[in-house]
Design a protein around this ligand. Structure first.
Ligand SMILES: NC(=O)C1=CN([C@@H]2O[C@H](COP(=O)(O)OP(=O)(O)OC[C@H]3O[C@@H](n4cnc5c(N)ncnc54)[C@H](OP(=O)(O)O)[C@@H]3O)[C@@H](O)[C@H]2O)C=CC1
Ligand SMILES: O=C([O-])CC(=O)C(=O)O
Length: 445
């Protein structure tokens, strides 16, 4: 296609009202910012049951009637939003800008607080890089559909050059179609008087359904990052319901805990936090998690050589990290959203960039042949390294002492109990809840 031609998608309403909206513009330019403003004025989101893909060749300063080349059925594509119902001639742009092929990123709980930070980071290029165009596929519910439109409007108004498509839907089968990344944030928050077993069941059902949808329609190599709590067991449920996707592709987010641990160690040692490395969070994203100071390093030295107050490490440091979320909720009146979105970005970047020599990162991953003797068949946070290809391997050269082993055994027991509780959602029998009393989310005090 020449530089004076565009591809556009126009919307065609159902035959019952036979209304058609097509791109009409007398001035087309290949400055993407210019295109955005033209398209924004030309289109408004209209509810449609059908969309037609329109291809048109337009000479500068000349209006032409677009020729429909493809009509999609009502269920084949999720609802695109406003300006994002138009697609660009990416090929031409790839040539001039050396852009990569567009990737599909699905986000659930997209009208929630964490998403509200994350989506703009994704769209800005901060996560996947300045040469990576993206499509954002946002999953909401009946409850949040209007809010989701508000989110899409803000994305439109941000004029991000790399953001090529945005669609919103309440159907995970639409949203996860061809998804290469799925960031699963949507989850019911624990309310007053609600038992943890109830939370496991309610959110587990959401993740079972989403696992099935990913299994059916997502890219076979989709990377899934589960954020919604209880994230380890939600991730386990999700992967068990997606047998056609490698279990290794599922992660439960414990990167926020790692970041919190690094900050506490830096504070105590009186150094800037970029000096802290090799921090592992072991186990569950709950108050039983084990922030590992035995293997962590400050300025390349073992933490215990730098911080001589070992009682502080075993007591205050552990508790500060385990309960950080709860302390923040008390002050803010809501849970960590901005720092969680930063940690999601960190988690993704750790998978798509080679891990610095000698270092590692924490992620909740499926235990299948782990070298640490941790129970198999759960999602457990462990130290990982990546070559930057979207995959990871477990770090072998870590050491253990009695204190660390004891902590790991406790968080492991908690995850095994959570797994028994959701057996009905993983296809492993009848759920039986004997959860340890102290099992709490980081945000619960
Ligand atoms: N792993 C981690 O490190 C962290 C995890 N979290 C967890 O992330 C999740 C999202 O947090 P945040 O974005 O702040 O929360 P919000 O309450 O702002 O958003 C959560 C979204 O979940 C969706 N949801 C799904 N099912 C329900 C339901 N039954 N009732 C109510 N809402 C529901 C809602 O969207 P919709 O209506 O569209 O479905 C809502 O927009 C929570 O589970 C939280 O505990 C938070 C911080 C750190
Ligand atoms: O408990 C919550 O909802 C918040 C949370 O996970 C955290 O802050 O780590």
């Amino acid at each position: 296609m020449s530089s004076s031609a565009v591809m556009a998608v126009a919307e065609v309403s159902s035959p019952s009202n036979a209304k058609t909206r097509l791109l009409q513009s007398s001035q087309l330019s290949f400055s993407s910012t210019h295109l955005y403003s033209l398209r924004r004025s030309a289109f408004r989101p209209i509810p449609t049951t059908q969309k037609a893909r329109i291809s048109c060749s337009v000479a500068p300063n000349q209006v032409q009637t677009p020729i429909p080349v493809q009509v999609e059925g009502p269920k084949t594509k999720s609802e695109c939003y406003g300006v994002f119902c138009l697609t660009y001639d990416l090929k031409a742009e790839e040539e001039t800008k050396s852009w990569k092929k567009m990737i599909n990123i699905a986000v659930s709980g997209a009208a929630g607080m964490i998403s509200n930070h994350l989506l703009f980071k994704l769209a800005s290029g901060e996560v996947f890089g300045p040469d990576q165009p993206i499509a954002l596929k946002l999953l909401g519910s009946e409850r949040s559909l209007q809010a989701l439109e508000g989110v899409a409007m803000e994305l439109e108004d941000s004029l991000y050059p790399l953001l090529r498509e945005v669609s919103i839907s309440i159907d995970p089968y639409e949203v996860f179609q061809d998804a290469e990344w799925a960031i699963l944030i949507g989850a019911k928050p624990r309310g007053p008087g609600m038992e943890r077993a109830d939370l496991l069941d309610i959110n587990g059902q959401i993740y079972a359904e989403q696992g099935k949808a990913l299994n059916s329609v997502a890219s076979r190599d989709v990377k899934v990052i589960v954020v919604g709590n209880p994230c380890n067991t939600n991730a386990l449920i999700c992967l068990k319901n997606a047998p056609n996707i490698p279990a290794k592709n599922f992660h439960a987010l414990t990167r926020l805990d790692e970041n919190r641990a690094k900050c506490q160690l830096a504070l105590k040692a009186g150094v800037f936090y970029d000096k802290v490395s090799n921090v592992t969070i072991w186990g569950n994203h709950s108050t039983t998690q084990v922030p590992d100071f035995l293997n962590a390093r400050i300025d390349g030295l073992p933490v215990k050589e730098v911080i001589k107050d070992h009682k502080w490490l075993e007591e205050e440091f552990m508790e500060n990290v385990q309960k950080r979320g709860g302390v923040l909720i008390k002050k803010w009146g809501r849970s960590s959203a901005a720092s969680t979105s930063v940690s999601i970005v960190d988690a993704i970047k750790s998978l798509i960039t080679p891990t610095p020599e000698g270092d590692w990162f924490s992620s909740g991953v499926y235990t299948n042949g782990n070298p640490y003797g941790i129970a198999e068949d759960i999602v457990f946070s462990m130290p990982c390294r990546s070559k930057g290809d979207g995959h990871y391997e477990l770090v072998k050269d870590v050491i253990f002492d009695d204190y660390l082993r004891k902590g790991i055994a406790k968080t492991e027991a908690e995850l095994l109990a959570e797994k028994r509780c959701v057996a009905h959602l993983t296809g492993e029998g009848i759920g039986y809840c004997d959860l340890p009393e102290d099992t709490m989310l980081p945000g619960e005090m």
